[in-house]
Design a protein around this ligand. Structure first.
Ligand code: GLA
Ligand code: ZN
Length: 648
């Protein structure tokens, strides 16, 4: 296993390198990640390549017995490239060309950019392909992050029109699919089709979804081009990855497609960042790990683990002592096998003066240094445990087309896909049940339970797969608005919702209502849930059961109908949660599901996360106290934010 830090030696006087590398080694590290963002250092002038600085860094790293992950530098192009070819710069929705000075301001559809970024990557790989200390290449940095996945420039517009001309047999077929007859938008030629930029009212939903698919194609075709260059030139001993950023459901590209040529996935784990008064909830952090493990269906690395407060302007929450260590153990528990902390020392100059590292600007080795040491000293004992596979029986499903469909037409002011996935995920997480987070493209037939949040796009094929899963004995929990649309982003015609899953759900959706911010509708339990009460927000489907049992109704004189149902469908069971029900309802259903499926789960105090991992050597528990209070789990006492691995 590799453990260490992200190190930017080019940020510091050269005479500090030896001391730095000794300090990094003193953590217990065996790896540094270098090179990302350093294009100008490698090509100070067009066509003049110079890797001597990093030659020296690698030589010194080897003296300390440190391995290297090297980042290709294409996230930050040199000023001379932008000055000579301003066409590489991307453009925002208002037509403003993004100026040099930040990062990732390149247009993915710029041939010039693709030419020059291919060239620097080829030169870099040819220079280091035989370097035995470099064991991994990181492609670019956090593709699409910070708004860089969207560009509205002329090149993207032309490329979009070509993308559509390739996708549709004729402009007539596009018109028919889009329904451009509406508002007289019929196109005579693909060259008439706009980029859906700001306009009066809103654009055609099919056009919007195709635009999102084109954005994804733009980012991913660039990523694949770069990955293929690295793969074709790298040494046999070198692996390829890219570092996935948080907020992956708010990006305009399909992450599973993005990483499909990689050897492994890397993730940047920041449970808190600039402007947040406190970290995101433990379940939300855990879900990010399960998502990244799901991308290639195997364990992954963390190449940026937060240790200090972070922020480009407003600085975020300061992790309490051992809290960042606890987040590291949570990552290991969820499938992380190798981990690097961001960053060795916080930089005194440039845009990230307030992205604090393991060592602060005064260069003293303090609390955070010791905290990292304690992680590395302990975790190396459990390498086999970390390598063990995680066999989840529960899977939460997502589909980027569906997510983008909701982003263009939010329908309810409070709708957010990530929140709706967490609504179903959190109860199972709190019962310490392993969960995979995977796309609907995957084979989900082997799971016992599927969590299917707000899946409004369900075509006949997916509907049949989900129905078959239930028929074969699976349990599905659908949440609201399921099955409304087809993959053209149009509402099914003459097909009562929930469309192709209606038979499995045993319901019809007779009416719908978007609930406003702060608006909640009371729910009352009936039948097997008699006496239970709850509320729901965000959205409600008014359900008419056909074969389903009603679990909850709306406390509503006008629409007293079914709100949440359960349908025994052939060998399986299908729940339909037709609203944004609160956690008490979903926790109760989660318990029913786990019990009825004879699935093991672990009860723990609220805020104490317990993950069991099994190897040939035995069973281990990862214990994470996410709270500021002393906690006790079975015979294990946990101080505030304490984390540990125990062998059963
Ligand atoms: C991201 C980037 C890093 C750095 C950190 C700061 O994860 O990958 O380059 O900007 O955030 O927190
Ligand atoms: Zn562009």
């Amino acid at each position: 296993m590799y453990i260490g830090v992200d190190y930017y030696p080019e940020h510091w006087p050269k005479d500090m390198m030896d001391q730095d590398l000794q300090g990094i080694k003193g953590l217990g590290s065996n790896m540094i990640r270098i090179g990302e963002f350093a294009w100008h250092l490698m090509e100070p002038k067009e066509g003049e390549f110079d890797f001597s600085f990093f030659d020296e860094v690698i030589k010194k790293a080897k003296e300390q017995g440190l391995y290297v992950m090297f980042g290709t530098p294409t996230a930050t192009f040199p000023a001379w490239l932008a000055a000579k070819y301003p066409s590489i710069l991307s453009e925002d929705e208002s037509g403003n060309v993004r100026v040099f000075g930040g990062r990732r301001q390149y247009c993915f559809n710029s041939d010039v950019y693709r030419k020059y970024s291919a060239q620097i990557t080829e030169k870099l790989l040819n220079h280091y392909r035989d370097e035995e200390a470099i064991v991994a290449w990181q492609i670019d940095n956090e593709f699409g992050h910070e708004g860089s996945d969207m560009c509205y420039c002329e090149k993207c517009h032309n490329a979009f029109q070509h993308f559509l001309a390739k996708k549709y047999e004729s402009i007539d077929q596009l018109n028919e699919t889009y329904g451009t007859i509406f508002w007289g938008q019929t196109y005579n030629d693909f060259s008439e089709i706009p980029v859906p930029k700001k306009t009066i009212t809103t654009h055609n939903p099919s056009l919007q979804l195709d635009w999102a698919r084109f954005r994804s194609h733009s980012v991913n075709s660039y990523a694949h081009e770069q990955t293929q260059i690295v793969r074709s030139l790298k040494g046999e001993h070198q692996l390829v990855t890219t570092n996935v950023s948080g907020g992956f459901f708010h990006k305009w590209f399909d992450h599973e497609e993005n990483v499909k040529l990689m050897d492994f996935v890397s993730y940047d784990n920041y449970p808190v960042w600039g402007g947040l008064a406190e970290p995101i909830p433990p379940a939300a952090i855990a879900m990010t790990h399960d998502f990244n493990r799901g991308l290639l269906g195997k364990n992954y690395w963390i190449v940026e683990e937060l240790m200090g407060a972070q922020g480009h302007n407003i600085i975020g929450y300061l992790p309490r002592p051992n809290q960042a260590k606890m987040w590291s153990y949570q990552a290991f528990a969820h499938g992380c096998t190798d981990l690097l902390y961001f960053r060795w020392r916080g930089m005194t100059k440039g845009a990230e003066q307030f992205c604090y590292g393991v060592v602060d600007h005064d260069n003293k080795y303090g609390r955070k240094y010791k905290e990292v040491q304690s992680v590395f000293t302990d975790i190396v004992q459990y390498e086999n445990v970390l390598q063990s596979p995680i066999a989840a029986e529960v899977a939460a499903l997502y589909d980027y087309d569906n997510i983008w469909s909701w982003r263009f037409q939010q329908q309810s002011a409070d709708f957010d896909f990530t929140n709706e996935l967490l609504r179903l995920y959190t109860p199972f997480f709190k019962l310490n049940t392993p969960i995979d987070v995977i796309s609907t493209n995957r084979d989900f037939s082997t799971y016992k339970v599927l969590l299917v949040p707000a899946l409004q796009i369900i075509d006949r094929d997916l509907g049949e797969k989900l129905t078959e899963f239930a028929a074969n004995g699976g349990t599905i929990i659908f949440s609201f608005r399921a099955g409304l649309k087809d993959k053209t982003n149009n509402v099914h015609f003459k097909l009562t919702s929930p469309g192709y899953i209606a038979e499995a759900c045993g319901i019809e959706i007779s009416e719908i209502e978007a609930l406003s911010s702060g608006q909640y509708v009371p729910l009352k339990g009936v039948g097997s849930k008699e006496g239970k009460t709850a509320t729901c927000g965000v959205w409600r489907d008014i359900l008419t059961p056909t074969t389903a049992e009603v679990l909850y109704k709306y406390e509503d004189p006008f629409y007293p109908e079914a709100a949440i149902t359960k349908n025994d469908y052939m060998e399986g069971t299908v729940y339909y949660v037709g609203n944004g029900a609160d956690e008490s309802v979903l926790t109760d259903i989660a318990r029913d599901v786990l019990t009825n499926n004879n699935m093991t789960f672990i009860e723990s105090p609220d805020g104490v996360e317990v993950v069991k991992r099994t190897t040939t050597e035995g069973e281990f528990l990862f214990l994470m106290n996410h709270t500021a209070e002393d906690q006790v789990f079975e015979k294990f006492a946990l101080k505030p934010y304490e984390s540990k691995v125990v062998r059963l």
